[in-house]
Ligand binder design. Structure first.
Ligand code: E4P
Length: 216
């Protein structure tokens, strides 16, 4: 399973990039709004730093508007993936993008049928939202497993991005259920690196080393 960062913040993206495990970036209108940056300018900054897929979401609700916006976004850099909401109009846009060779990420996926439709429309990626499903008392990780099984059974090559990840358990469980990618907030990336026994172990090694050096 690969790692994307779910952020439009340049410091977070740079820090994740320095870890050497970053394969791409996802953004959404809420994340971009939080930054207060010009959308296209920020995408230029991100794509000049990260060579993997960078998802940029369209705002229009009709297929025609989505296609127009998506083409403008795709023209910013070759690694832009156009993020399209899972709606009837979104599916029409995904089909048009796929015929033009523009990569797409179908977002706001909450059911296996939505994922299957998106894949059949030609989506490069589908993004099931785990955390938001958990929030309403459904099991987000189970949905990853179901989509993965269906895609395997039917030889579908669309990649599954586990999205709306809230904590490290979501990450390992998504990997087990067959997600190809997990897109993580920076806070979760940091959490993944930590274990209290690692810190205790380092402290003990250092103190033993220092004690041994005192007698040399
Ligand atoms: C993914 O592409 C979405 O931007 C994101 O994971 C949504 O997460 P949220 O439910 O925490 O807003």
């Amino acid at each position: 399973m690969k790692f994307f960062i779910d952020s439009a913040n340049m410091n977070e993206i740079k820090q994740a990039q320095e870890l050497g495990v970053l394969d791409g970036v996802t953004t959404n209108p809420s994340l971009v709004a939080k930054e207060g940056a010009d959308f296209h300018e920020r995408l230029r900054e991100i794509t000049s730093l990260v060579s993997g897929s960078v998802s940029a979401e369209v705002i229009s609700l009709d297929a025609e508007g989505m296609i127009r916006e998506g083409k403008e976004l795709a023209a910013i850099a070759p690694n832009i993936t156009v993020k399209v909401p899972m709606t009837v109009e979104g599916l029409k846009a995904v089909r048009a993008f796929s015929e033009e060779g523009i990569k797409t990420n179908v977002t706001l996926v909450f059911s296996a049928n939505q994922a299957l439709l998106a894949a059949r429309a030609g989506a490069s990626y589908v993004s099931p939202f785990l955390g938001r499903l958990d929030d309403i008392g459904q099991n987000g990780v189970d949905l990853i497993g179901t989509i993965s099984e269906i895609f395997d059974l039917h030889g579908i090559e669309t990649e599954i991005i586990a999205a709306s990840i809230r904590h490290p358990q979501h990450v390992s469980e998504s990997a087990l259920q067959g997600a190809h990618i997990a897109t993580l907030p920076y806070k979760v990336i940091e959490q993944l690196t930590k274990h209290p026994l690692t810190d205790i172990g380092i402290e003990k090694f250092l103190s033993d080393w220092q004690k041994s050096q005192a007698g040399v």
